[in-house]
Design a binder for this molecule. Sequence first.
Ligand code: CTP
Length: 395
Amino acid sequence: MKKKVLLGICGGIAAYKSCELVRLLKKSGYQVNVVMTRAAADFVSPTTFQALSGEPVLLDTHDGSGGNGMAHINLSRQADVMLIAPASANTLAKIAHGMADNLLTTLVAARSCPLAVAPAMNVQMWNNPANQRNLALLQQDQIKILGPAVGEQACGEVGSGRMLEAAELADLLCDVWVPSVLAGKRGLITTGATFEAIDPVRGITNISSGQMGMALARACRAAGANVSLVYGQIQTMLAPGLAYTEQAVSADAMLAAVQRLILEQDVFISVAAVADYKVKNRSEQKLKKLAGQTVPTIELTENADILATVASQPNAPFCVGFAAESEHVLEYARAKRKKKGVPLLVANDVSQAMGKATNQVILLDDEQETILPQMSKDDTATAIVARLAQLLAQQ
Ligand code: CTP
């Protein structure tokens, strides 16, 4: 059955982004019921949301749209999750104090489903101590605060308070249903392909897209972890809601970034396809093809193994490695887990995984070897996080 999202919209210029949000949520298979404050209707017409959601849009407590005249009870009973985007400072303040003076705030008070809010306001309003006090109250009440982002604002100022983009909100909304098995944990993930320069325009890289690591970053975030991500070359969007992200393109740069961040971590998940070798005779200038010149030789030298370096440190975080194999997957993976000294290793056949949307992996740890079915990288990541959380809990 379709999951039902009750989407509240407050008055704010960011309401235009919510049109796209409704479209994305519908596309992902949700039923979306929109409730607007009167102020919201000054920014975007209810007709727009009605057309996008395919459902009647409710504006106020007594507009009579609910059959029994109790829209606040009916809608909140049916919803699987409630999201307010944009959430104004005024509505957040009212919710924090249990006020119910319009349909939106009444629905919040009468709901039994989880609530997430995406604040949108001017930077001064965001920083206002009263607003910050209200946000702390909302968090105490298990209300998820999504964003805001930092950036240029409609008023011309720059700072915190921009509503997250529709695609980011659609991604973060799913977290509401995920059990917080990594709550309070800090995790560092590497993903993507490294790039080893030959000259200023050429290099050695591989076909890793970064999707598996990004899926793991999302899954760890959804499970409540504070996630840092170090990524090489990727062909996927950066996941929203991560605590820290940094691009490090060469193996040396990735190692340096990991070593800088690793001390604070409980978990290290090494998904990056790191080049085993870098170019020893890298040219500062672009190599020229001159008539009569012999074919240039590229000399290679070994890169450090980032995962093995981290795993061998005293007080190392819980390490998860990947094994990309093209043959003898299980046999090579067992050997790799021992060699790198990691408690959990995810083995896959490169022909089934690299650059693709799905994956089929085997999880190897001290207790068991689990063959997972071919599934989306998001589902694979969820299964890896579930096993990781079990093993962490046993430590
Ligand atoms: N890895 C790493 N640093 C390297 C090479 C690999 O951190 N220089 C990590 C990868 O992120 C992965 C694991 O080690 O988690 C295994 O990577 P893989 O490419 O499968 O194996 P290699 O160690 O490179 O061994 P081989 O190429 O012989 O299979």
